[in-house]
Write a protein that binds this ligand. Structure first.
Ligand code: 13P
Length: 252
């Protein structure tokens, strides 16, 4: 059965010493919470992965990366491979975040390749999908999500699909303070789960955790996570404050 998950995406924030303070504060804060029914994941920038991974060994959380190369290894200057991530103790990796689609022109085909690299190394992909404001307002949002899912992840076998996490992050809700309502989020989560059911079967659909991301905070997390098909959150801004992040993680 699918797990409850809260993952913090630090994006391109924090200097090394601040990252050190933050991850240790998260580990400390987690000691006073019962998080047996939630997997907490911390996704720092690449240079801090080893630090976070070291602290996570004695802490009640996992380490995730924010991106991975679609290539295996070799002459790809500036890239970081799935094998490298594995060697640092990384267990999860975000792929296809809307910021990567927008600023780095990542395509659904790139994302599909990245997912394959990660699964080869036994790293759990957290695959992001989501529509722009224009796509929502014109009523095309479900079709956009369908294409992202079909082209990005539906090449997987049923077994591999069950090893993945999907994050619904409406672009208009990211960093804007305009959270999707619980009904708007639930509609898309149920739609995604139904796509998985139609492509594979109900067992697979029930195994895949689907996270919500976009201005999720300690005030709105509880009502979002209470929805039937929302299994947790991918948290940006609020994951940079340890108390807010852990409060969100204890919102189930
Ligand atoms: P915010 O929580 O800052 O809106 O960011 C969400 C996000 O993009 C997480 O990946």
């Amino acid at each position: 059965m699918r797990r409850n998950i809260v993952a913090g995406n630090w994006k391109m924030n924090k200097l090394f010493s601040d990252a050190d303070d933050l991850v240790n504060a998260i580990a400390e804060e987690l000691r006073s919470y019962d998080t047996s029914d939630v997997d907490v994941i911390v996704c720092p920038p690449f240079p801090y992965l080893e630090l976070v991974s070291d602290v996570s060994e004695d802490g009640d959380f996992f380490t995730g990366a924010q991106n991975v190369s679609k290539f295996e290894n070799g002459a790809y200057t500036g890239e970081v491979s799935a094998t490298m991530l594995k060697s640092l103790g990384v267990d999860y990796c975000i792929v296809g975040h809307s910021e990567r689609r927008k600023y780095f022109k990542e395509t659904n085909q790139d994302i599909a390749q990245k997912i394959d690299r990660l699964l080869n190394e036994d790293i759990t992909p957290i695959m992001c999908v989501g529509e722009s404001l224009d796509e929502r307002e014109s009523g095309r949002y479900l079709e956009v999500i369908r294409t992202q899912i079909e082209e990005g992840i539906f090449h997987l076998s049923a077994d591999d699909m069950q090893r993945c996490i999907i994050a619904y992050e409406p672009v208009w809700a990211i960093g804007t303070g305009h959270t999707a309502t619980k009904e708007q989020a639930q509609e898309v989560h149920a739609f995604i789960r139904n796509l998985i059911r139609e492509k594979y079967n109900d067992d697979v659909a029930q195994e895949v955790s689907i996270l919500y991301g976009g201005s999720c905070n300690p005030t709105n997390a509880k009502e979002l996570f209470a929805m039937e098909d929302i299994d947790g959150g991918l948290i940006g801004g609020a994951s940079l404050k340890h108390k807010d992040f852990i409060e969100i993680a204890s919102s189930f």
